[in-house]
Every structure is written in C-alpha cells, then in structure tokens.
Design a protein around this ligand. Structure first.
Ligand SMILES: [Zn+2]
Length: 98
C-alpha cells in the first residue's frame, strides 16, 4: 500500500491510499459507501444524475483496481485512508467517538 499526503488539516495530515487494494480494504471501502451516516464517493463523470445513473447518485463501488461507477466508465484511483476505519469510529448519530 503506497501512501501520500493529500492535504494538511489543522491537526493531522489526510492520507490517501491507491490501488491495488486488498479484499479487506475493498470490503471496508464498500462498507463506507453504504453507511448512511457518511457521504459516499460518487461518479465524477459529470453525468451522475442522468437517466443512465439509475441510483440517481452514481455511488462508486470499490474493487481491487480502484473505484468503478456501476453506470458508466468513470474510474477513480484513490481513497482517503480514513475511509477504511471511519465507520468504526462513529456513534449511531454519526458523531466521532472520542
Ligand atoms: Zn458514472
């Protein structure tokens, strides 16, 4: 897993992860996509609300080779490292546990 700094926040550096992703990482990323408390990554084609994107949002699906849009050929090749674990750090209201 390669890591690179994405942007610097006040308290910490946000890290990004790039494919290939392990089955565990793919599962964690897709868990993030389905978590109603979190905002999912969506299709960046600019067409994600057209009639071909039948979910109306173009929610991306993680694979070992990166994100794929199930509705078009859009691909994305990075994720926030935090997406792997954030579901486990939130309470039922979506607030971060301290
Ligand atoms: Zn799409």
């Amino acid at each position: 897993m390669r890591r690179s700094p994405c942007n610097v926040t006040k308290e910490r550096i946000m890290l990004t992860i790039r494919p290939p992703w392990t089955p565990e990482q793919v599962e964690a990323l897709n868990r993030h996509q389905k978590d109603p408390r979190l905002h999912p990554f969506t299709c960046g084609s600019g067409r994600r609300t057209d009639e071909h994107h039948k979910d109306g949002q173009g929610i991306l699906v993680a694979t070992a080779d990166g994100w794929v849009c199930p509705w078009c050929d859009y691909r994305q090749f990075w994720a926030h490292e935090e997406m792997l674990t954030i579901s486990d750090t939130l309470d039922s209201f979506g607030a971060k546990r301290v």
